[in-house]
Design a protein around this ligand. Structure first.
Ligand code: IPM
Ligand code: MG
Length: 359
C-alpha cells in the first residue's frame, strides 16, 4: 500500500527537522511493508516570500489529497512586522481550520535518560506521562468579531472573541474521554469558569459527556491553578483537555518540564480523516541553518503519523524505541546537552535514530 504524505517544511529549523523525520518515517514504514509517495509545498514565511501568501490554495488541495501531512514550523523575525492577518502563522491556522483538525493531541512523557535535563528535580519529573488534548479550530483564535479599529473618540481599540458552542465542546471532550479510556482513566478539564461564561458552558458540556464514561474519572481545574500544579505534581495528570488558548500555553509548559521543547510531538485530527503531524516547538530562527536543531519532536511526530493515520502502531513504537535507544546511548542535541556533554547535530541525531531502528 502506498500512502500519500504531504510535507510542509515551513521556516527556520522546519526544513531541517522534517528532513530527518521523513527519513525515519520512510525507514520505519518500509520495515512494516508501507510505501510512501511524498510531495512538498510551502507554508509560512517561505510561502509569503515565494507566493505572496502564507498558504496557497494548491497546498490545501495537496493536503486534501493526502493521507497525512508532516509539518515543520512557521514564522521568524523577517515576517514579524506583518499584520496578524498576513503573518506566517496564518498559514498554520488556515490549514488546521480548512482540514477541520479540531483535536490536537500533545503527549508529554519523560524519557528516563532525560530526567536530568528538566529544570525540575528528577524525582518530580520521573513519572510524567500526560496527554494534552487541545481544541484547535475554535475559541479565541478564530472567534469573531476581531480586529483593531478606531473608537468614536479616535482612539485605537482591539478585540478578540472567545466563543465555543456546545457541539465544539462535546466533540473535543469525547476525544479526551476516549483517550483516557486507553490510558490511566483520568480527565482533567481546564477552564476559567470563575470569570468566563465560555468556561461555564465548557464545564457543563464536559460533565454531560462524562455521563457516557463511567469508567473514567473527571476533575476540573482552573487554568491558573493548573499552570502551578503542572510544576508541583506533573506525574499526577493523565489527560488534560482544554480550549485553544489555554492548551497552547499549557502544552509549552508540559513540554518544558519533560526536559526540552525539542522533544514534544503532536497530532492534529478531525472528522475528515486527514491528520497533521508537527513538533510543538517553533521555527527557532536563532539556530536555523546551523544543523543544531533537535529533530526528535519531528521524528516522534512521524511516529504519531504512523499510529493515527496509517494504523501502524508497531512501526510507531519502533520509532519511539529507536529514539529512546539513541538517548540511552548518551546522544544529545544542543538543547538537551548538560554541562560537559558534547552536543551532536540534527543530521547526526537523525542518522543515529535510523541506526537504532535498523539495530
Ligand atoms: C502551536 C503554536 C501555534 C499556535 C502558532 C505558531 C500559531 O504556538 O502550535 O502551539 O499558537 O497554535
Ligand atoms: Mg504554541
Amino acid at each position: 500500500m502506498t500512502s500519500k504524505i504531504l510535507v510542509l517544511p515551513g521556516d527556520g529549523i522546519g526544513p531541517e527537522v522534517t528532513a530527518q523525520a521523513r527519513r525515519v518515517l520512510e525507514a520505519a514504514g518500509e520495515r512494516a511493508g508501507l510505501a510512501f509517495d511524498f510531495s512538498e509545498e510551502l507554508i509560512g514565511g517561505s510561502s509569503i516570500d515565494a507566493r505572496g501568501t502564507p498558504l496557497a490554495d494548491s497546498a490545501i488541495e495537496a493536503a486534501r489529497g493526502s493521507s497525512a501531512v508532516l509539518l515543520g514550523a512557521v514564522g521568524g523575525p523577517r515576517w514579524d512586522a506583518l499584520p496578524v492577518d498576513t503573518r506566517p502563522e496564518k498559514g498554520l491556522l488556515r490549514i488546521r481550520k480548512e482540514l477541520g483538525l479540531f483535536a490536537n493531541l500533545r503527549p508529554a512523557a519523560v524519557f528516563p535518560a532525560l530526567a536530568d535535563a528538566s529544570s525540575l528535580r528528577p524525582e518530580v519529573v520521573a513519572g510524567i506521562d500526560l496527554l494534552v488534548v487541545r481544541e484547535l479550530t475554535g475559541g479565541i483564535y478564530f472567534g469573531e468579531p476581531r480586529g483593531i479599529a478606531a473608537t468614536a473618540a479616535g482612539r485605537r481599540e482591539a478585540r478578540n472573541t472567545m466563543v465555543y458552542d456546545e457541539d465544539e465542546i462535546a466533540r473535543i471532550a469525547t476525544v479526551a474521554f476516549d483517550s483516557a479510556r486507553r490510558r490511566r482513566k483520568l480527565v482533567t478539564s481546564v477552564h476559567k469558569a470563575n470569570v468566563l461564561e465560555v468556561s461555564q458552558l465548557w464545564n457543563e458540556v464536559v460533565e454531560e459527556v462524562a455521563k457516557d464514561y463511567d469508567d473514567v474519572t473527571l476533575e476540573h481545574q482552573l487554568v491558573d491553578s493548573m499552570a502551578m500544579l503542572l510544576l508541583k505534581e506533573p506525574g499526577r495528570y493523565d489527560v488534560v483537555v482544554t480550549g485553544n488558548l489555554f492548551g497552547d500555553i499549557l502544552s509549552d509548559e508540559a513540554a518544558m518540564i519533560t526536559g526540552s521543547l525539542g522533544m514534544l510531538p503532536s497530532a492534529s485530527l478531525g472528522e475528515g480523516g486527514i491528520g497533521l503531524y508537527e513538533p510543538v516547538h517553533g521555527s527557532a530562527p536563532d539556530i536555523a541553518g546551523q544543523d543544531a536543531a533537535n529533530p526528535l519532536a519531528a521524528i516522534l511526530s512521524a511516529a504519531m503519523l504512523l499510529e493515527h493515520s496509517l494504523d501502524a502502531p508497531d512501526a510507531a513504537q519502533a520509532i519511539r524505541s529507536a529514539v529512546e535507544a539513541a538517548l540511552d546511548s548518551g546522544a544529545r542535541t544542543a538543547d538537551l546537552a548538560g554541562e560537559g556533554e558534547t552536543p551532536m547535530g540534527c543530521v547526526a541525531m537523525g542518522d543515529l535514530v535510523l541506526a537504532k531502528l535498523e539495530a
